[in-house]
Design a protein around this ligand. Sequence first.
Ligand code: HGY
Ligand code: MN
Ligand code: MN
Length: 422
Amino acid sequence: MNISVSRSTSAAILSRLDTLAHLSESDDGLTRQYLSVEHRKANELVGSWMREAGMRVHQDAIGNIIGRYEGEHEGAPALLIGSHLDTVVMAGKYDGMLGVVTAIQCVQDLHNRGIQMPFAIEVIGFADEEGVRFQSTYLGSRAIAGTFRKELLEARDANGMTMADALRAFGLDPSQINTAAKRSEDVIAYLELHIEQGPVLESKGEPVGVVTAIAGATRRLVTLSGVAGHAGTVPMDHRQDALLAAAECSLAVEKVAAKRTHCVATVGRMEVSPGATNVIPGSVTFSIDIRADEDVKRTEALAELDPWLTKIAENRGCTLNVETVHEADSVACAPWIVRQIENAISTDKSRVVRLPSGAGHDAAAMADLTDVGMIFVRCAGGISHNPDETITEADAGTGADLLLQIIENFRVEDHSCSIEST
Ligand code: HGY
Ligand code: MN
Ligand code: MN
């Protein structure tokens, strides 16, 4: 790579990520949920950085924060570069935020040098990629891609508030979400820089890599309803214990994934009701997150799991309700963009690490709008979704160098929009 952002840039990236990490709903770790007070503060802070970098800033109808850096010709189609500003519970400070802050620093660098590209650049801080509050993911990117499902407005958070009411409380109008959608002719491509959240780059001793594809995923909410009862008086063979049914179901989830290569499944959330020591659980709701490198593996695993869950519920005298709250097929990154990222990493192809992403990313949703490409940056031990998530300042700088080089050398291929060449 022959362009290098100033050293101060990598320090500035890490310092800004530290500042963002303080915008959390809890004192003992980073949790920033969609449409929260912390989301609003993060949008205001990130919006101020975007303005400093010479961008026009607006918040769209679903709560994404977007900065636009005009190209040589006002109104030119844009290269979109983004990632998410929401987090999981007790998160690390790089997942999502690194991609947004790095993109802003690259535009700042262009602005400082008075450079405008033949295309516009739009940096997007997506409002909700993790799906923590309403259990469905990619809300911000789906709105921009024009694939937001209106029925999600009725989804409720842990306090019973619907997404629609949460949008109104945030000052947004749920009926206007469709205005966030972009026209494909106004977009030339989407790029995302993100921590790898896995061990591959570290194991190969490489700071960055190019993503080839993003794994498909299915998220479900399963509710088992048995009979609550007195822990002291109901004999073991008379119980309809929803928690034991859920425990058996969780082991079945593990088994259907473990028998398939590159297939993973997780029961990450479980709510037990009524949740008292001396009461047999009457009802349990738990989540299933299942992914695979090939969609057919995921659908086969789910097809094997469904009858198994039904059997377990029956045997334990529980009723079963299964709701699919998110479904996304695997997405291939566009070869013409993968090539440009590879060339920017090294002309020596043997040096370039190409890897699929087991994690989901907004790029998967943006692929419904335009061609996408992703850059991975090494993170220590591949640890993520964990306060111990970390990257080095040097790797933050390498990621920024790489993104800046791709932007400055970006060549639009096979695309519907017309860019007036310079
Ligand atoms: O769950 C994921 O893969 C991403 O972190 N949302
Ligand atoms: Mn994440
Ligand atoms: Mn992420």
